[in-house]
Design a protein around this ligand. Structure first.
Ligand code: 5GP
Length: 187
């Protein structure tokens, strides 16, 4: 039994369409609510400037990722935009057993796997205030070619349709509000 600890804390998963602002919410949570434990994923992508091994991610080689999958060390994993991402199982089990509020910030494929393997987990969908808002975020600075933008928008529409698979939705109006509501759910 890994989805809830002795104090009744259960695993909470934050997911949602790409571009909705998940990582901004998580960065704010890390700053303002250090009592919440955020799972640190492993990834095969290269670090961005300012990212630290062990903080945002554990950056691993393809070989190491293969080994972790083969040895059953990942709770879930998915390929996203050409890189692989996964949640190390042992630290999550440990924190839940200790009764620490525990949050995973993962993509939709990962959230679906958690739904299968841990039915008690609380799945939270971070929704954009409107389709227009997500569209403008996905379009970014408008420097990309139209076919790339069209692909992102098509993916965004499919991702938005996943909302109904989740236990509840939080609309990403203001980052601090979302954090407050998320923390209330975690405790
Ligand atoms: P980024 O490369 O921008 O940090 O993350 C890309 C995507 O990977 C985001 O949608 C993020 O939620 C997702 N992601 C990060 N860690 C994990 C993980 O451990 N598992 C899964 N399934 N997705 C993850």
């Amino acid at each position: 039994m890994v989805s809830s600890g002795p104090t009744g804390n259960r695993l909470t998963v934050l997911s949602g369409p790409s571009g909705v602002g998940k990582s901004t919410v998580v960065a704010e949570l890390r700053r303002s609510h250090p009592e919440v434990w955020l799972s640190v994923s492993v990834t095969t992508r290269t670090p961005r400037p300012g990212e630290t091994h062990g903080v945002e991610y554990f950056f691993v080689t393809d070989e190491e990722f293969d080994r972790m999958v083969a040895d059953g060390e990942l709770l879930e994993w998915a390929e996203f935009a050409g890189n692989r991402y996964g949640t190390p199982r042992a630290p999550v089990e440990c924190k839940l057993a200790e009764g620490v509020p525990t949050l995973l910030e993962i993509d939709l494929q990962g959230a679906r796997q958690v739904r299968e393997t841990m039915p008690e987990a609380l799945l939270v969908f971070l929704a954009p205030p409107s389709w227009e808002e997500l569209e403008s975020r996905l379009r970014g600075r408008g420097t990309e070619p139209e076919d790339v933008i069209a692909r992102r928008l098509a993916a965004g529409r499919v991702e938005l349709a996943a909302e109904k698979e989740f236990d509840l939705s939080l609309v990403n109006t203001a980052v601090k509000d979302v954090c407050g509501r998320l923390v209330a759910l975690l405790k």
